[in-house]
Design a protein around this ligand. Structure first.
Ligand code: GDP
Ligand code: IMO
Ligand code: MG
Length: 424
């Protein structure tokens, strides 16, 4: 199975890093196809914890080539901070390749991200402040600066000048901020140019050749289905396409290349930032999920909002991504409840709805309809096979599988690579 996609089925932080690592030993290439250093993926190897943000998690797998493809937005300062941090811990980063066509996040993008969020006031998205939205906006507006542009100083100056011409009008006249100097931006990018140059490649060619040679390539999604700019809870989304369709545009491969699409999904739900969340718990159960599940952001440290499993979202993710399977994570966290609610449908303005509603205003009005499952009240972190799980946990997993629209491949019972039950 040479091309495998691992992506988030909910609002992010499902455990994509762990799922990627789980496939690790058989992976030759690990590709990020969208997003940037807004991601925070945790990998625990032999009890040692690592977090990746812009880099593909496969960088931690010996022998794997990490690829930052064209659909990613790259903050060079963040890139080298992460590379240096991993090198200090003995990780070999020398294989890393970065697409010539990926767009660069500069200081004016992070400035605009933060300033526009403040300007939105109570309507703010709750972005990570990493400049993601403004960089993708420049890409679509055709005033972006790409990685290859740092290879030519003259072109780089022209492009930064053109982009800043617009930004400075906005910053000075609308937001009452100081203008950003072209030379300051060029100096900042210049600092990283020499280190970046040897990593730059035509990553579409690299990936397609690898697939031709029957090598295994894993495409690691960042963010998630419900944060997708087209299929998520717009406008409370990120600015890229984390869904499976994003892989083709973001990495330069054809859809016929893809063999497996794994949706990572938690045994409950979390969300960071603003936006609708039907099963959100604003009570003691929500607090307990956060505390027991350690639901605090890897990138921004913010509290994650917590709620019960939502099968409507699971079915939606199975549909828009064409999932071949799910990887269910964090089942162990639910060991502290006697009774576990699962959302099986919504009530919207007095009517029962079983699929994701068509409009965002309907989704805002969605009230979860719950089915209840008996808890198992025990520590399952040592279970290694389905038969090891308590009967009630087995029933919970099979019921979720039944209602979620794709078979379950694996179940996570702890953060470590080995803390996994493989179902098929
Ligand atoms: P990602 O962004 O999707 O990679 O997920 P994050 O790393 O942001 O958040 C997932 C968290 O859950 C991390 O702290 C993981 O180490 C942890 N994790 C992943 N799978 C499991 C699991 O099955 N059980 C437990 N207890 N923790 C898990
Ligand atoms: P991983 O890959 C959870 C959320 C932000 C905000 C919205 C837009 O670790 O699952 P952005 O900075 O992207 O413009 O913010 O998206 N967000 C995430 N939430 N996990 C992530 O990544 C996220 N990346 C962005 O909180 O609501
Ligand atoms: Mg995360």
């Amino acid at each position: 199975m040479p091309a495998i996609v691992v992506l988030g089925a909910q609002w992010g932080d499902e455990g994509k890093g762990k799922a990627t690592d789980l496939l690790g030993s058989s992976i030759d290439y690990c590709v990020r196809y969208q997003g940037g250093n807004n991601a925070g993926h945790t990998i625990v190897i032999n009890g040692e914890k690592f977090a990746t943000h812009l880099l593909p998690s496969g960088i931690l797998t010996p022998g794997c080539t990490p690829v930052i493809a064209n659909g990613v937005v790259v903050d060079p300062a963040a890139l080298f901070r992460e590379v240096d941090g991993l090198q200090e811990r003995g990780v070999d980063t020398s294989r890393l390749v970065v697409s010539a066509n990926a767009h660069l996040i500069t200081s004016y993008h992070t400035t605009v991200d933060k300033v526009t969020e403040r300007f939105l006031g109570k309507n703010q998205i709750g972005t990570t402040g990493r400049g993601i939205g403004p960089t993708y906006a420049d890409k679509i507006n055709r005033i972006g600066v790409r990685v290859a542009d740092i290879l030519d100083e003259k072109i780089l100056r022209q492009k930064v000048e053109a982009a800043l011409d617009q930004k400075n009008h906005l910053l000075v006249k609308v937001y009452n901020r100081r203008a950003i100097e072209v030379d300051a931006v060029l100096e900042e990018l210049g600092e990283y140019a020499d280190r970046l140059k040897p990593m730059i490649a035509d990553t579409s060619l690299v990936i397609n050749r690898a697939l031709d040679d029957d090598r295994t390539v894993l495409f690691e999604g960042a963010q998630a289905t419900m944060l997708d700019v087209d299929h998520g809870t717009y406008p409370f989304v990120t600015s890229s396409n984390p869904t499976a369709g994003g892989v083709c545009a973001g990495a330069g491969i054809g859809p016929t290349r893809i063999n497996r699409i794994i949706g990572v999904i938690k045994a409950y739900t979390t969300r960071v930032g603003s936006g609708p969340f039907p099963t959100e718990l604003l009570d003691e159960d929500g607090e307990r999920l956060r505390e027991i599940g350690g639901e605090y952001g890897v990138t921004t440290g913010r509290n994650r909002r917590c709620g019960w499993y939502d099968a409507v979202i699971a079915r939606y993710a199975a549909r828009v991504n064409g999932l071949t399977e799910f990887c269910l994570t964090k089942l162990d966290i639910l060991g502290a409840w006697d009774r576990i609610p699962v959302c099986v449908g919504y009530e919207i303005d007095g009517e029962r709805v079983d699929e994701m509603p068509m409009t965002q205003s309907e989704f805002h009005h969605a009230k979860p309809i719950y089915e209840f499952f008996e808890g198992w009240n025990e520590d399952i972190s040592g279970c290694r096979s389905f038969g090891d799980l308590p009967k009630n946990a087995q029933t919970y997993v099979r019921a979720l599988e039944e209602m979620s629209g794709a078979p379950f491949w694996a179940v996570g019972v702890g953060p470590g690579r080995e803390q996994t039950v493989i179902l098929r």
